[in-house]
Design a protein around this ligand. Structure first.
Ligand code: MN
Length: 754
């Protein structure tokens, strides 16, 4: 028990009679539930009854389990609940503390806990169980910071963190029976993760103890040596301390100021840190002890400061006003360093009782105040977040509101997930596996096809939660889906997907341009020269052609042909001339095939469409061609290829205007997707008519993608309606028309043509 008894006995050793903390119960006392009950007197009777039930439940669950020290396991949860009771935490938290290891160790389910103890308590236990599963393994400092944030994000409720800290504190206090290496690992984790969290929450008392215990376990020898040195120094300075104490007490009495003076000694860990950071020997660390002056009212802090500055000379530059400007974790005090009669510097801290409580207990002060009913003192607190926390602990408001508020200020608005190799990644709340994939690498994002979270397959749009282990499955041929844009949360994923899709459009355009140029060249009796960059002759030819066309390279030229910005026949004619200049003649066979073939459809090498063309080929919205319709392609300027039905009036008018823009297109044998056809329906107006139409369409195994109806038709006896239906081909359209005709409400149906 070396350290703890040392810490507890410290003020007494320094200055007997001045300040005494309540005696700590012994290990055996603390372990019994009855002893815990004595510390729960701040709670109403009804709460005690429920807490007793939770205790019985936990006791049964842990029956037959023992700690490394040989004690029954239940002594641990009782001790944890005891620490929470010192903070005056509510009944739900005390119950959760008693049952905090029950789910993990004893196979108790959350449903069981909800049934017996209701959801709020079950949620706390569940939250604690989840935190327990996280183990911090890497040594990187940046990862420690992420890990701390992840813990906070996962806990969501500040009570979970408080119980977890109590749990860790008790484990640290009782590690004596563990193997050296295990002790050291836990101590390291405590120092890196839990002590900073305690600090962030302003729980300075615990923060110091966790640091001190960690130091003892990580560096037992250094700790021992330093402890001895301090003991010696304490003996040497005893006279000095008593003298200062006498002077100070007298000065305050003369000034008529009622104060409480406490002696305080720096922790071993903070002395060790100072020695290491500033490269000092122990003898050079002068300010190992100091005094704390606790006053009733805030203005008295400044009065006390005046009294002390009159008594001894202050050291310039050492005065700090943390009352006017509190530390980020809510800490408030005046600090000053005085030169003692023997020339050694001594630090003094001035604060009110309320500030003292916040300084020692931080966020836990909320429950302490609540128990004391001391709302007025709170008004004096100035810290931004702690002030706002304590402001709302107004009696009239409810505890959940307080917790809500803590959440906003404290818990990060992000999710922290693990890679399969235990690296932590931070993502915005609502992020999905796709966001994660792009955060890893854009290649992973571009090729991801599926995801696993904690070993289970999940949809790519699933929302990730803190603590999830995320694994992405990729496939070489896979590409981003435009639909991802509707659910990704990160700007990175969004821009990468857009970038890829834009490139894809270029690729598709290039492919189309190449097909069209090949077709136009065939009409000249020529074959498309090789596009292989390894073929120097062909390469030079292509480059000349691109330059002639005003493009930087072949790729750009083909894209522009594909998009219709350059006319294929003109480019082909130029190429024919260039080939002729090189001495190449049109090939008779190709020429014959290209011009006089019997079957136009195949010999002209028209462009075949199978629905996979993407943005470069559009089906005209006037006639909405579907497979099976006779079609023609119009190469608009810069808009790519637009396909009309052969009979479309709009298409015919365009053909008359500039016929050289038309190229042959045909449907492929197999389609890769469905198409939309437009259908007009004249029907009787009445109830249930729409349902009849919908049934008819689905009987034909088609889907309605859009319905529009003119407003005036509502009042009349008949109504006209336009449907867009998703179909396979022309035959499928006919089938839909047939089914619609059978419907009694339908008077007439037709396919819409301009
Ligand atoms: Mn535990």
């Amino acid at each position: 028990m070396g350290l703890r008894s040392f810490a507890a006995s410290l003020p007494a050793a320094l200055m007997p009679g001045l300040h005494k903390t309540a005696p700590e119960p012994t290990q055996a006392e603390a372990a019994s539930f009855d002893a815990l009950l004595h510390r729960l007197t701040y709670l109403p009777k009804g709460d005690i009854k429920r807490i007793r039930e939770a205790y019985k439940f936990a006791d049964e669950a842990h029956l037959g389990q023992f700690r490394a020290s040989g004690e029954p396991y239940i002594t641990h949860p009782i001790a944890v609940a005891g620490i929470c009771a010192d903070w005056r935490l509510d009944a739900q938290a005390i119950m959760a503390a008693l049952m905090h290891d029950a789910m993990e160790d004893c196979g108790v389910t959350k449903t069981e806990l909800i049934e017996r103890f209701e959801a709020p308590t079950a949620e706390l236990v569940d939250g604690l169980t989840k935190l327990d599963k996280l183990q911090f393994s890497t040594k990187e400092e940046s990862q420690a910071e992420s890990f701390r944030k992840m813990l906070l994000a996962m806990a969501r409720d500040v009570r979970v963190i408080l119980i977890k800290l109590a749990d860790r504190l008790h484990n640290m206090r009782t590690m004596g029976h563990m193997a050296f290496e295990k002790r050291r690992r836990i101590a390291r984790e405590t120092l890196d993760i839990y002590a900073p969290i305690a600090h962030r929450l302003g729980l300075n008392e615990i923060y110091r103890e966790l640091q001190e215990l960690s130091f003892q376990y990580i560096h037992p020898w250094r700790h021992g040596a330093l402890s001895k040195a301090i003991g010696k120094a304490r003996g040497n300075r005893r006279d000095l301390v008593s003298r200062i104490e006498r002077d100070v007490v007298k000065a305050f009495a003369d000034a008529g100021l009622k104060v409480e003076i406490q002696g305080r000694e720096k922790t071993l860990f903070s002395i060790y840190k100072k020695m290491r950071e500033k490269h000092l020997s122990f003898a050079q660390v002068s300010d190992i002890f100091g005094f704390r002056v606790v006053v009733d009212e805030l203005p008295q802090c400044y009065l006390a400061l005046g009294v002390l500055h009159q008594l001894y000379k202050p050291q310039p530059g050492r005065f700090k006003d943390y009352i006017a400007i509190p530390k980020p974790n809510g800490y408030q005090s005046l600090h000053t360093t005085l030169v003692s009669p023997l020339g050694t510097p001594v630090e003094f801290q001035m604060r009110t009782e309320t500030m003292h409580m916040v300084a020692e207990k931080g966020v836990a002060a909320h429950w302490l105040y609540k128990a004391k009913g001391n709302a007025q003192a709170v008004q004096q607190l100035g810290s931004r977040w702690l002030q706002s926390l304590i402001d709302i602990q107004d009696e009239t408001r409810d505890a959940s509101e307080f917790l809500e508020h803590v959440k906003i200020d404290l818990f990060p608005d992000a999710v922290y997930v693990f890679t399969p190799k235990s690296k932590i990644m931070a993502l915005p709340r609502g992020a999905t596996p796709v966001d994660y994939a792009y955060a890893i690498h854009s290649d992973v994002g571009d090729h991801c096809v599926a995801a696993k979270v904690n070993g289970e397959p999940v949809p790519l749009r699933a929302e990730l939660r803190s603590g999830d282990v995320v694994e992405i499955i990729t496939a070489t041929g896979a590409r981003p889906n435009p639909a991802w844009l509707s659910f990704v949360r990160t700007g990175r994923a969004r821009s990468k997907i857009r970038h890829f899709l834009k490139n894809l459009e270029q690729e598709e355009s290039q492919e189309l341009g190449q097909k069209m140029l090949a077709q136009a060249l065939r009409a000249e009796g020529l074959a498309l020269p090789s596009l292989d960059a390894e073929d120097p002759e062909a390469h030079a030819l292509w480059l000349d052609l691109a330059r002639w066309a005003g493009n930087r390279n072949v790729h750009e030229l083909l894209v522009e042909v594909g998009l219709g910005r350059k006319i294929a026949t003109i480019v082909a004619k130029k190429m024919a001339r260039m080939l002729a200049a090189q001495g190449q003649r049109p090939d008779a066979v190709t020429l014959t095939l290209g011009r006089f073939g019997t079957d136009d459809q195949t010999t002209q090498g028209q462009i075949t469409l199978d629905g996979s063309e993407g943005a470069t080929v559009r089906l005209a919205s006037c006639c909405r061609p579907v497979p099976g319709d006779d079609i023609k392609g119009y190469l608009g300027r810069g808009e790519g290829l637009i396909v009309h039905t052969a009979e479309c009036q709009v298409g015919r008018r365009l053909f008359q205007r500039d016929s050289e823009h038309w190229i042959a297109v045909a449907w492929a044998d197999e389609m890769t997707r469905s198409f939309e056809a437009a259908i007009g329906v004249l029907m009787k107006n009445g109830k249930g008519v729409l349902a009849q139409i919908a049934t008819a369409v689905s009987t034909a195994e088609a889907d309605i993608t859009h319905i529009s109806m003119s407003d005036e038709s509502q009042a009349r006896e008949t109504a006209e309606m336009q449907l867009l239906i998703s179909v396979r081909d022309r035959l499928h359209v006919a089938e839909v028309l047939r089914m619609l005709k059978r419907s009694p409400a339908v008077l007439r149906v037709w396919r819409i043509k301009p």
